[in-house]
Design a protein around this ligand. Structure first.
Ligand SMILES: Nc1nc2c(ncn2[C@@H]2O[C@H](COP(=O)(O)OP(=O)(O)OP(=O)(O)O)[C@@H](O)[C@H]2O)c(=O)[nH]1
Ligand SMILES: [Mg+2]
Length: 239
């Protein structure tokens, strides 16, 4: 693990209240991690805050896109940069502290024997989330079961966004052909990587509901995900 390059990619939209603390927590791990924040021109000025941190800490990079184009498109941009910068391990993480960066060593350890490591909320039959109301648990586990059954992915948490990819797994799929803009991106990535025959492993995480800022889930994104999962199963996507 010694000389391997780890890059964390964080998509942000109005996460000014979270991103500074999150970057500090990643820095505190002392793993020499590079951080790429991909912001869609957040009206709250998240990009500005990260740009300022980047002036002090060259390990922190902001990619500012000029319009809100969805989580999937933001990740694709961040992943392409991470690969171009020679990352060995690329970790996708939400900005809102739902994904605790202190799991990073667990991800890296599990990645020794696999190509993709998923931080899973659904291991051992239950759901490990903190501060979720019942409706959210029902919605999330319903969406997860739907996506798992339709795609046939041998993964418990197919909708998790907390993922560590080895470079070879990310480079093997054509990122430019990814179709999902919203949350189905997370299913699409796992599906494409699985179809290429890479080894996927899950580690247990506790997902903590955001305390600051707002969720970006919308009806449009939800509908896109329902349809995209079906299209994946039917092979109706650009390969
Ligand atoms: N760049 C970019 N980031 C986005 C977009 N939509 C969501 N994000 C980020 O993606 C991550 C996950 O989005 P959330 O809104 O937290 O989604 P969620 O975790 O399902 O919802 P909550 O539990 O309510 O937070 C966060 O860091 C968001 O800021 C987008 O359109 N563009
Ligand atoms: Mg969140």
């Amino acid at each position: 693990m010694k000389n391997e390059k780890i890059i964390v990619v964080i998509p942000t939209y109005n996460e000014k209240e979270n991103i500074v603390g999150l970057i500090q927590r990643i820095e505190a791990l002392n793993l020499n991690i590079r951080i790429i924040v991909v912001d869609d021109n957040s009206p709250d000025g998240t990009w500005q805050v990260v740009e300022d941190i980047g002036k002090r800490l060259p390990r922190v990079e902001i990619v500012r896109r000029m319009a809100k184009r969805g989580l999937g498109a933001a990740y694709v941009e961040g992943f392409k940069r991470a690969i171009a910068q020679g990352a060995d391990f690329i970790i996708g993480m939400d900005a809102d502290f739902s994904h605790d960066p202190s799991y990073t060593p667990d991800f890296l350890k599990a990645a020794e024997e696999s190509d993709v490591v998923i931080g899973s909320r659904y291991l051992e039959g239950g759901i490990s989330v903190l501060n979720w109301p019942l409706w959210r648990i029902i919605l999330s586990s319903g969406a997860n079961t739907y996506a798992r059954l339709i795609t046939g992915l041998p993964v418990n948490d197919v909708t998790s966004g907390f993922i560590c990819y080895r470079k070879r797994a990310l480079s093997a799929i054509s990122l430019d052909s990814i179709e999902s803009d919203g949350y189905s991106f997370l299913v699409e990535m796992k599906y494409r990587i699985f179809k290429k025959g890479f080894k996927i492993k899950e580690i247990p995480i506790v997902f903590v509901e955001r305390r600051k800022g707002r969720s970006k889930m919308s009806l449009g994104v939800f509908i896109e995900s329902v349809i995209m999962v079906l299209r994946l199963r039917l092979g109706l996507y650009k390969k």
